[in-house]
Design a protein around this ligand. Structure first.
Ligand SMILES: [Zn+2]
Length: 130
């Protein structure tokens, strides 16, 4: 891999933004082939070229700044997404209630009958069927 290291010397390399762009372009490629859209296909190609442009870029500071901006935008979305995925995963084992006091989502095991719930955030108490 010596040639690779030499080629990558002084270049930025892969970061989260490049990975996201490559992933998105692959998704776009799949969509474009499914619906036969040449515009989406072109968008995917442009996205792919741009992401590789970033990987081989020598303007490291600028690329790093782009990635920071991307992460600032993406982090809250990814947290929400993970919460959503965990909720789908836990659907069979847990029931979710919204606290009427503060709006906090509370997770309770399923099939326990009527349970008395105390919100850990605002100490609001209520009874629910699980
Ligand atoms: Zn509460």
């Amino acid at each position: 891999m010596d040639w690779f290291r030499r080629m990558m010397a002084g270049r930025y390399g892969v970061d989260q933004l490049s990975n996201a762009m490559i992933l998105l372009s692959i998704v776009l490629l799949i969509i474009s082939s499914l619906i036969g859209s040449s515009i989406i296909n072109m968008l995917a190609m442009i996205m792919l070229i741009l992401s590789y442009g970033r990987v081989f870029s020598k303007n490291i500071n600028k690329r790093r700044e782009e990635n920071m901006r991307f992460l600032r935008w993406w982090s809250p979305i990814s947290i929400k997404l993970m919460q959503y995925i965990n909720r789908i995963k836990g659907y069979r084992t847990y029931r979710y209630f919204k606290c009427s006091g503060c709006g906090q989502t509370l997770r309770v095991p399923r099939g326990k009958g009527r349970v008395h719930i105390t919100c850990p955030k605002c100490k609001n108490e209520f009874t629910k069927n699980t």
